[in-house]
Design a protein around this ligand. Structure first.
Ligand code: PRP
Ligand code: URA
Length: 207
Protein backbone atom coordinates (compact mmCIF):
# COMPACT_ATOMS: atom_id res chain seq x y z
CA UNK A 1 0.00 0.00 0.00
CA UNK A 2 1.31 3.47 -0.85
CA UNK A 3 1.55 5.71 2.21
CA UNK A 4 2.02 9.43 1.69
CA UNK A 5 4.25 11.19 4.22
CA UNK A 6 3.50 14.91 4.34
CA UNK A 7 5.59 17.46 6.20
CA UNK A 8 6.32 21.14 5.48
CA UNK A 9 10.08 20.56 5.67
CA UNK A 10 9.83 17.77 3.10
CA UNK A 11 7.73 19.98 0.80
CA UNK A 12 10.30 22.79 0.90
CA UNK A 13 13.25 20.47 0.27
CA UNK A 14 11.40 18.62 -2.50
CA UNK A 15 10.72 21.89 -4.30
CA UNK A 16 14.48 22.56 -4.32
CA UNK A 17 15.01 19.11 -5.85
CA UNK A 18 12.39 19.75 -8.52
CA UNK A 19 14.05 23.02 -9.60
CA UNK A 20 16.13 22.32 -12.72
CA UNK A 21 18.52 25.11 -11.68
CA UNK A 22 19.45 23.52 -8.35
CA UNK A 23 23.02 22.26 -8.17
CA UNK A 24 23.97 18.59 -7.76
CA UNK A 25 25.02 19.42 -4.20
CA UNK A 26 21.66 21.02 -3.37
CA UNK A 27 19.87 18.05 -4.92
CA UNK A 28 21.88 15.49 -2.94
CA UNK A 29 21.62 17.42 0.31
CA UNK A 30 17.84 17.70 0.08
CA UNK A 31 17.44 14.01 -0.83
CA UNK A 32 19.62 13.06 2.12
CA UNK A 33 17.62 15.25 4.52
CA UNK A 34 14.24 14.09 3.20
CA UNK A 35 15.37 10.49 3.62
CA UNK A 36 16.05 11.21 7.33
CA UNK A 37 12.67 12.89 7.78
CA UNK A 38 10.80 10.06 6.03
CA UNK A 39 12.58 7.41 8.08
CA UNK A 40 10.98 8.63 11.29
CA UNK A 41 7.49 8.02 9.88
CA UNK A 42 8.28 4.93 7.80
CA UNK A 43 9.76 3.06 10.78
CA UNK A 44 7.35 4.20 13.46
CA UNK A 45 5.75 0.77 13.90
CA UNK A 46 9.04 -1.09 14.54
CA UNK A 47 9.06 -3.29 17.59
CA UNK A 48 11.46 -2.57 20.44
CA UNK A 49 12.81 -4.69 23.28
CA UNK A 50 14.11 -3.67 26.69
CA UNK A 51 17.46 -5.25 27.40
CA UNK A 52 18.78 -4.18 30.82
CA UNK A 53 18.46 -1.60 33.54
CA UNK A 54 20.40 1.66 33.23
CA UNK A 55 20.68 4.58 35.62
CA UNK A 56 19.97 8.22 34.73
CA UNK A 57 22.02 11.10 36.25
CA UNK A 58 19.20 11.58 38.81
CA UNK A 59 19.79 8.09 40.16
CA UNK A 60 16.50 6.81 38.73
CA UNK A 61 16.48 3.45 36.95
CA UNK A 62 15.05 2.93 33.44
CA UNK A 63 15.34 0.15 30.89
CA UNK A 64 17.66 0.32 27.88
CA UNK A 65 15.59 0.03 24.71
CA UNK A 66 16.70 -1.25 21.32
CA UNK A 67 15.08 -2.37 18.08
CA UNK A 68 13.83 -5.94 18.23
CA UNK A 69 15.09 -6.78 14.74
CA UNK A 70 18.03 -5.79 12.58
CA UNK A 71 17.47 -3.30 9.78
CA UNK A 72 18.87 -3.83 6.30
CA UNK A 73 18.87 -0.88 3.91
CA UNK A 74 18.66 -2.00 0.29
CA UNK A 75 19.24 0.93 -2.07
CA UNK A 76 18.40 0.33 -5.73
CA UNK A 77 21.42 1.48 -7.75
CA UNK A 78 22.09 4.11 -8.56
CA UNK A 79 19.60 6.65 -7.25
CA UNK A 80 18.73 4.78 -4.03
CA UNK A 81 22.32 5.30 -2.86
CA UNK A 82 21.45 8.98 -2.40
CA UNK A 83 19.07 8.01 0.43
CA UNK A 84 21.32 5.64 2.41
CA UNK A 85 23.16 8.07 4.67
CA UNK A 86 19.99 10.02 5.43
CA UNK A 87 18.27 6.86 6.66
CA UNK A 88 21.38 5.61 8.45
CA UNK A 89 21.65 8.87 10.36
CA UNK A 90 18.42 7.80 12.07
CA UNK A 91 19.31 4.08 12.28
CA UNK A 92 23.10 4.02 12.74
CA UNK A 93 23.29 0.26 13.21
CA UNK A 94 21.46 -0.53 9.97
CA UNK A 95 23.34 -2.81 7.60
CA UNK A 96 23.44 -2.05 3.90
CA UNK A 97 23.11 -4.25 0.81
CA UNK A 98 22.78 -3.26 -2.84
CA UNK A 99 20.35 -4.07 -5.62
CA UNK A 100 21.78 -3.14 -9.00
CA UNK A 101 19.35 -2.44 -11.83
CA UNK A 102 18.62 0.06 -14.57
CA UNK A 103 15.61 0.73 -16.76
CA UNK A 104 15.93 -0.11 -20.42
CA UNK A 105 15.19 3.30 -21.93
CA UNK A 106 13.13 1.87 -24.80
CA UNK A 107 11.08 -0.87 -23.14
CA UNK A 108 11.12 0.76 -19.65
CA UNK A 109 11.70 -2.74 -18.27
CA UNK A 110 14.18 -3.06 -15.40
CA UNK A 111 17.38 -5.03 -15.98
CA UNK A 112 19.11 -6.44 -12.90
CA UNK A 113 22.90 -6.66 -12.70
CA UNK A 114 23.72 -7.07 -8.99
CA UNK A 115 22.18 -8.31 -5.75
CA UNK A 116 23.90 -8.60 -2.38
CA UNK A 117 22.23 -8.22 1.00
CA UNK A 118 23.49 -9.15 4.48
CA UNK A 119 22.37 -12.69 5.25
CA UNK A 120 19.94 -11.96 8.11
CA UNK A 121 16.64 -13.34 6.91
CA UNK A 122 14.49 -12.08 9.78
CA UNK A 123 15.71 -8.49 9.41
CA UNK A 124 13.42 -5.67 8.30
CA UNK A 125 14.52 -4.88 4.74
CA UNK A 126 13.97 -1.27 3.68
CA UNK A 127 14.24 -0.86 -0.10
CA UNK A 128 15.30 2.66 -1.09
CA UNK A 129 14.64 4.25 -4.48
CA UNK A 130 13.57 7.86 -4.94
CA UNK A 131 11.61 7.31 -8.16
CA UNK A 132 8.58 5.04 -8.54
CA UNK A 133 7.56 5.61 -12.18
CA UNK A 134 6.04 2.54 -13.88
CA UNK A 135 6.78 0.58 -10.72
CA UNK A 136 8.77 -2.05 -12.63
CA UNK A 137 12.05 -1.44 -10.80
CA UNK A 138 10.65 -1.48 -7.29
CA UNK A 139 8.62 -4.61 -8.17
CA UNK A 140 11.73 -6.42 -9.39
CA UNK A 141 13.57 -5.33 -6.25
CA UNK A 142 10.76 -6.62 -3.99
CA UNK A 143 10.57 -9.91 -5.90
CA UNK A 144 14.33 -10.39 -5.59
CA UNK A 145 14.41 -9.64 -1.90
CA UNK A 146 11.57 -12.13 -1.37
CA UNK A 147 13.23 -14.74 -3.57
CA UNK A 148 16.29 -14.55 -1.31
CA UNK A 149 14.15 -15.44 1.71
CA UNK A 150 13.45 -12.09 3.38
CA UNK A 151 9.81 -11.68 4.42
CA UNK A 152 9.69 -8.39 6.27
CA UNK A 153 9.93 -5.74 3.55
CA UNK A 154 8.99 -2.09 3.19
CA UNK A 155 10.05 0.63 0.75
CA UNK A 156 10.89 4.31 1.02
CA UNK A 157 10.60 6.28 -2.23
CA UNK A 158 10.37 9.99 -2.83
CA UNK A 159 7.98 10.54 -5.74
CA UNK A 160 5.42 8.15 -7.23
CA UNK A 161 3.42 8.35 -10.46
CA UNK A 162 -0.20 7.10 -10.41
CA UNK A 163 0.78 4.32 -12.85
CA UNK A 164 3.43 3.01 -10.43
CA UNK A 165 1.13 3.36 -7.43
CA UNK A 166 -1.58 1.26 -9.12
CA UNK A 167 0.91 -1.39 -10.24
CA UNK A 168 2.54 -1.76 -6.85
CA UNK A 169 -0.70 -1.70 -4.85
CA UNK A 170 -2.29 -4.39 -7.00
CA UNK A 171 0.78 -6.60 -6.91
CA UNK A 172 1.87 -6.11 -3.29
CA UNK A 173 -1.17 -5.29 -1.14
CA UNK A 174 0.82 -6.41 1.92
CA UNK A 175 3.89 -4.19 1.42
CA UNK A 176 4.04 -0.58 2.59
CA UNK A 177 5.66 1.85 0.17
CA UNK A 178 6.24 5.28 1.70
CA UNK A 179 6.35 8.27 -0.64
CA UNK A 180 6.68 12.02 -0.07
CA UNK A 181 4.71 13.07 -3.17
CA UNK A 182 2.14 11.67 -5.57
CA UNK A 183 2.77 13.28 -8.94
CA UNK A 184 0.44 13.66 -11.93
CA UNK A 185 1.50 11.13 -14.56
CA UNK A 186 4.28 9.69 -16.71
CA UNK A 187 5.34 11.40 -19.92
CA UNK A 188 5.78 9.56 -23.24
CA UNK A 189 9.30 8.42 -22.31
CA UNK A 190 8.38 7.17 -18.84
CA UNK A 191 9.51 10.16 -16.77
CA UNK A 192 7.40 11.38 -13.88
CA UNK A 193 5.57 14.72 -14.36
CA UNK A 194 6.17 17.21 -12.89
CA UNK A 195 8.91 15.06 -11.33
CA UNK A 196 12.51 16.10 -10.93
CA UNK A 197 14.19 14.62 -14.01
CA UNK A 198 16.63 11.72 -13.88
CA UNK A 199 17.40 11.21 -10.20
CA UNK A 200 20.57 9.16 -10.77
CA UNK A 201 22.02 11.72 -13.17
CA UNK A 202 21.27 14.60 -10.82
CA UNK A 203 22.76 12.83 -7.78
CA UNK A 204 25.93 11.77 -9.56
CA UNK A 205 26.24 14.64 -12.06
CA UNK A 206 26.33 12.28 -15.04
CA UNK A 207 24.52 14.66 -17.42
C1 PRP B 1 15.35 5.10 -12.07
C2 PRP B 1 14.92 5.11 -10.63
C3 PRP B 1 14.22 3.80 -10.48
C4 PRP B 1 13.58 3.60 -11.83
C5 PRP B 1 12.13 3.95 -11.74
O1 PRP B 1 16.51 4.36 -12.23
O2 PRP B 1 15.96 5.30 -9.72
O3 PRP B 1 15.08 2.72 -10.16
O4 PRP B 1 14.25 4.51 -12.73
O5 PRP B 1 11.46 3.64 -12.90
P1 PRP B 1 10.33 2.52 -12.99
O6 PRP B 1 9.44 2.71 -11.81
O7 PRP B 1 9.64 2.84 -14.28
O8 PRP B 1 10.99 1.18 -13.01
P2 PRP B 1 17.31 4.30 -13.63
O9 PRP B 1 16.85 3.14 -14.43
O10 PRP B 1 17.24 5.64 -14.28
O11 PRP B 1 18.77 3.95 -13.17
P3 PRP B 1 19.88 4.86 -12.47
O12 PRP B 1 19.40 5.10 -11.04
O13 PRP B 1 21.09 4.03 -12.53
O14 PRP B 1 19.98 6.14 -13.23
N1 URA C 1 13.58 7.55 -13.19
C1 URA C 1 13.98 8.81 -12.89
O1 URA C 1 15.12 9.03 -12.47
N2 URA C 1 13.10 9.81 -13.09
C2 URA C 1 11.85 9.61 -13.53
O2 URA C 1 11.08 10.59 -13.66
C3 URA C 1 11.46 8.29 -13.83
C4 URA C 1 12.34 7.27 -13.64
Amino acid sequence: MIKLIQHPLIECKLSIMRNKNSTDLEFRTCLDEIASLMTVEALKDLETVQTREIETPTGAKVMKTKLAKEIILAPVLRAGVGMVEGVRRMVPKARVGYIGMYRNEETLQPVEYYFKLPNIKDATVVILDPMLATGGSIAMAIDDVRKHGYTNIRCICLIAAPEGKKFVEERYPDIDVYVAAMDERLNEVGYILPGLGDAGDRIFGTK
